[in-house]
Each structure stands twice: as C-alpha cells, then as structure tokens.
Ligand binder design. Sequence first.
Ligand code: AKG
Ligand code: FE2
Length: 221
Amino acid sequence: MGVDYAENADTVNAFTHRLWPQGNSSFSEAVMSFAEKVSELDFMTRRMIMESFGLDESYIKKHLKSTKCLVRLMKYQGVEETEEELGMEPHTDRNMLTILCQNDVKDGIEVKTKDDKHWIKANPSQDSSFIVLGGAMLHVLLNGRVLTGVHRVMRMGTNTRFSAGLFSVPKTEDLIYAPEEMVDAEHPRLYKPVNFEAYFQYTTEGTGRRDLCAPRTYCGL
Ligand SMILES: O=C(O)CCC(=O)C(=O)O
Ligand SMILES: [Fe+2]
C-alpha cells in the first residue's frame, strides 16, 4: 500500500482513517516519522549527487522543493523451502529517488547488471542499511548521468519479507529537463522536456507499461 504526501499529517491521517475508521495513531506516527527521517536521507543524497555535477545551491533548493514523498509498505509472503517466485516484476522506478529498507529477510530485491545479463542480489550490507535507486525522472533531469537500475523482487525462503520505501515524486506541473550545466559536447542532450504525470500514465496504462527503457522510448531525442 502507498501513502501519498506522507510528509503531511492531514493526508496521512486521512489514509489511516480509511483503514482504521476508529483511528490508529501509532500507524500514522510511524508513517510520518519514517517519511521525515528518510526524506532527510533522500534530500541529502540528491543534494550530494547534484553538487557533484556542479549544480548551484539555488537550483538544488528549488529542485528539492519540487517533490513530494510517497511511502510504500510492501509484504512478500515466504514460499516453500525449495521454491522461488517472482514478487514484483522487473521494472525501473519512475520517480526521482527511491530509498528502501526491509526487515531481516535478506534475499529479495535484485538489480540487473548494465549488460542486461545477470541479476545481482542487492542485499543490504547491515540491518541499518538502505538501498538507494535512481528513478527515471532523476535520470532525465541529470541528462542520463545517473542510471535507473532495472530491479525486481524474488520471493525465496519461508519467511515473509516486509519492505518500506520512500519515493520522492515530482509534484510540479513544470516540465522536467536537464539544466544546461548537464549538457556539453561530451554529454549531448538525451531527452526532451517531460511532464511527469504524462510519463506516469504512459508507463502505467500506456504502451510503456513493460518498457524497461521507457525514458528513451517516451522522450528520447
Ligand atoms: O520491496 C522492495 O524491496 C522493492 C519495491 C520496489 O521496487 C518498488 O516498489 O518500486
Ligand atoms: Fe522499484
């Protein structure tokens, strides 16, 4: 399940109320506290990435204000000892940045190698580690300099895996495009300006649903 605008107490409480009409303040508080703390990590990570490409402070501040956070809570039932089943099909995330954490069930999320040949288990190095994935909009914004890894979730082992993710999602109607600083002779512009909602529709209901190279197909130059 997903809680949109998880940084906002009113929207979180409204979501909680739909599941527990009598209220469930510990659920609301857990979602808001997760959103607040993991958002800090999201902001810090995006800031570091952007600074490393020489984008200036005013651009970064404006960018960080242009996103909202979606918190998703996922459950993958365990399987029989010798079995292995797909829990979430291979995809790339559409948003800016995704930060995932999970319970102590180690195996689950897998990332495809760039040569498209192998799946690598992306096990967190320790319990307190997060998995960070670049989304399609960050890829477009940074003119392809941060990749959007193809990933999937496998169900293996008998234990149930839970994961929680914070997805920073554009909330702006403004078109998303790479600033001039990201474009030069070595890095020609790769994408046309893109409207996130339209891209979302295209990859949800349109022909882009299973397209693992959707940015290129949808807005590639
Ligand atoms: O559950 C996970 O670890 C991954 C979930 C995921 O990839 C997604 O929600 O986009
Ligand atoms: Fe994902």
